[in-house]
Design a binder for this molecule. Structure first.
Ligand SMILES: Cc1cc2nc3c(=O)[nH]c(=O)nc-3n(C[C@H](O)[C@H](O)[C@H](O)COP(=O)(O)OP(=O)(O)OC[C@H]3O[C@@H](n4cnc5c(N)ncnc54)[C@H](O)[C@@H]3O)c2cc1C
Length: 500
């Protein structure tokens, strides 16, 4: 039975609303305080971190436990109502954007730290727990949780799993997928999958890896078992400046090529440093073409030796004014140069768009230079800041959508950047996911067979198609609608499909 009813009275402006029978199922599944249906209550959930896309959910479910999650999912399956899971809503690709004809499920009430097993260095957490608070709670045991997206103060562990989030420390310690060893997931049939567990090796397919980065399309994560690591005894951060981005890119190559694996290696261009400096003066060298931050951790003697080595490599690549920070306050100050750049740009610019993607490390300098050329061609300024160690770039386009033509030029520039990234052997999504906004990029990157294989995985988990529809994996018809094609071989595999 279809739950979406279009009111007959209003043919001009059709406002969908939910079938009363479906609402009754939700009310039976959830305590009264856990279901929002009034527009003034649901407005908070209209957007995630991708502010320019917004849509009203028809209702918001805020379950308090797994049984409630399952009951809501079964109701959505029975009434064919789309359901969009949401963590903290910090996603930058529109993954938690509500569906016009669906409901949203916020996992924020399920936020307990269920267990810390110090001996096994593991913890079990509910999906709404924030990332940073995990490390804060286990710090007394000399442990930490390594994946640290810059949004870690707010973003949830469930959202981190759904996006396979990265962060500064992922170069050395791996992405979310490398630090999650168990999951509880509720499927669209309301069944619970218990995947992985306390032991490090598991029989069967590696379904945990498929769930990491699945963007809420395969199931709703209700519990995460994570790996904890011992806090390193010594940590030092170096900040060096370079005449050009190419020099800084060469330094990245030299450090990694020498066999050194820093805990973090982050780069920013002059525009990013200018933005940071305007927000919080740190004495950054604005006469430099780029700044490179390198965090080294380990035993004190090891860190001492690595500092000397990395400084020498930076100097060989024309690095200058190299600064070091040992204590936590000094390190936080240096990191602010990088972590503050994006919030600073959001404050300065009318509109910003962050074009997360990944390129092979060897192409970093060249890609940065080409992005600068594209930025001039489209007359849209771009600030560049990124996780240089793993080639994950974040060109930030800033513009003013109130000025004629600027939004269109920004969109064209973003598409050109993705084409450049694919041509360089990279991927259209780095760590922020595909969500609603990179669907066209997926059509450019993958061919018909590959996209169909992704859809088959999706159907295996959610044959009813109710979980986060129209996100992450485009249908072939959607690709035809975009008029996009895979550019890898310069041919349009969708030419035979109808254009809408
Ligand atoms: C200032 C800023 C800095 C950022 N820095 C980084 C960074 O360094 N690295 C990085 O990787 N990302 C970064 N991000 C992006 C974002 O924070 C991450 O993608 C984060 O993991 C999203 O978590 P969330 O809880 O906010 O999820 P949401 O935005 O609420 O949701 C994200 C996706 O996950 C799905 N989802 C959420 N919870 C569940 C669940 N329990 N089960 C199934 N699906 C679920 C949603 O449907 C959606 O598709 C940044 C964002 C901001 C605003």
């Amino acid at each position: 039975m279809a739950a979406i009813v279009e009111p007959a009275e209003k043919p001009a402006a059709i406002v969908p609303f939910l079938d009363p029978e479906f609402i009754a199922r939700l009310r039976a599944a959830l305590p009264a305080s856990c279901l929002l249906t009034d527009a003034e209550d649901t407005v908070t959930y209209e957007s995630d971190g991708l502010f320019h896309l917004h849509e009203k959910p028809l209702a918001v479910a805020l379950p308090e436990d797994e049984l409630q999650v399952a009951a809501v999912l079964r109701a959505c399956r029975d009434f064919q109502v789309p359901i969009v899971p949401r963590g903290a809503g910090t996603g930058l690709a529109g993954g938690a954007l509500p569906h016009r004809h669906g409901i949203l499920m916020s996992l924020t009430k399920m936020k307990a730290l269920l267990e810390v097993d110090v001996a096994a260095r593991q913890a079990r957490v509910q999906p709404g727990h924030t990332n940073l608070a995990i490390s804060q709670k286990v710090a007394a045991h000399g442990l930490f949780y390594a994946p640290d997206p810059s949004s870690q103060l707010a973003s949830s562990i469930g959202g981190n799993v759904a996006e396979n989030s990265g962060g500064v420390h992922c170069l050395k310690y791996g992405l979310t997928v490398h630090n999650v060893i168990g999951l509880r997931v509720v499927t669209s049939d309301g069944d619970v999958l218990e995947l992985g567990g306390g032991s490090l090796d598991q029989p069967g397919y590696d379904v945990i890896s498929i769930l990491n980065g699945s963007e809420g399309l395969l199931g709703i994560v209700t519990e995460v078992r994570i790996r904890l690591l011992p806090t390193p005894p010594a940590i030092r951060v170096l900040l060096a400046f370079f005449p050009t981005t190419q020099d800084a890119g060469n330094a990245v190559g030299a450090i990694i090529g020498a066999g050194i694996i820093p805990a973090g290696l982050e780069m920013m261009d002059t525009k990013s440093m200018e933005a940071s400096e305007s927000f919080m003066p740190l004495g950054l060298r604005l006469d430099a073409g780029a700044g490179l931050l390198c965090e080294l951790d380990g035993l004190p003697e090891e860190v001492e030796e690595l500092t000397t080595w990395v400084s020498a490599l930076m100097e060989q690549c024309n690095g200058f004014d190299i600064r070091e920070a040992d204590d936590e306050a000094q390190r936080a100050r240096l990191w602010w140069a990088r972590k503050g750049a994006y919030p600073a740009l959001v404050k300065i610019a009318n509109d910003v768009y962050i074009c997360d993607s990944t390129v092979p490390r060897r192409s970093l300098g060249r890609v940065m230079a080409k992005i600068d050329v594209l930025s001039d061609q489209h007359r849209i300024p771009v600030a560049q800041m990124f996780h240089a160690g793993d080639g994950n770039i974040h060109p930030v386009l800033y513009y003013d959508s109130t000025q004629p033509g600027q939004s269109e030029r920004a969109e064209e520039l973003a598409t050109d950047i993705l084409k450049l990234v694919i041509a360089e052997g990279g991927t259209v999504s780095g760590e922020h996911g595909v969500g609603s906004e990179k669907l066209k990029g997926m059509c450019m990157q993958f061919d018909e067979t590959e996209l169909e294989a992704f859809q088959a995985v999706r159907r295996a988990f959610d044959p009813h198609g109710v979980l986060n529809p129209d996100k992450a994996i485009p249908t072939l018809h959607r690709c035809a609608e975009f008029g996009s094609m895979r550019i890898r071989f310069g041919q349009d595999p969708f030419a035979h499909l109808p254009r809408f």
